[in-house]
Design a binder for this molecule. Sequence first.
Ligand SMILES: C[S@@+](CC[C@H](N)C(=O)[O-])C[C@H]1O[C@@H](n2cnc3c(N)ncnc32)[C@H](O)[C@@H]1O
Length: 209
Amino acid sequence: MQTEDRATEIVRKRYDRNAPLYDLMETLIESSSFRKWRALLWGKVEGSKILEVGAGTGKNFPYYPPDVEIIAIDFSGKMLARARDKAAKQNVKVDLRQMDVQNLEFEDNTFDTVAATTVFCSVPDPVRGLKEIERVCKPGGKVILLEHVLSANLILGGLMNLTNPLVVRISGANINRRTAENVTRGGLVAERVTDLWLGIFKLIEARKG
Ligand SMILES: C[S@@+](CC[C@H](N)C(=O)[O-])C[C@H]1O[C@@H](n2cnc3c(N)ncnc32)[C@H](O)[C@@H]1O
């Protein structure tokens, strides 16, 4: 992994710290809607060369489509170690690599689809990360993100802005990102944004033009 800046180091360390508890912390939300949303996202994957960004502990493994080549990256060594264990136990064919999405170590135009689930809430410079995704995606390639974003509701959005500094310290994730807008700022062409829950959880589908 390349030399990282201070903000990136802070977030990476938060995920290293939370890695042993991550699956436990997410149990409730996972057992409610998340499984359905993960299946929805992975059902939209196109082509045979896939990149998963911010794979974490490997919660998407059960949803990977068959007969595709998948490289999955994460900048947290501790999250990745859990993903490695899970891949071995579940017999998942995935090439796991420690890497920062803000500095991807892939050639331009490499992947047919790039996918991520609840990652751009944490990436310190999300637009830089999305520009990197645009770079490594093949022309016409697909980008699919499942993300929680800032609510457009004034009261809810205000509360999210207010509590964000505390949430980000505890979890590493921001709850007030505008990820659909960031996708466009990253040079991708947004095709569809589907509201999954209360204007907070979104499925964002985009393409490299
Ligand atoms: C909220 S977790 C989601 C993990 C997994 N995608 C899931 O759905 O359970 C966010 C993940 O993104 C990773 N991440 C955050 N910023 C990153 C970056 N700049 N480069 C690579 N991974 C990053 C974190 O280490 C963490 O594993």
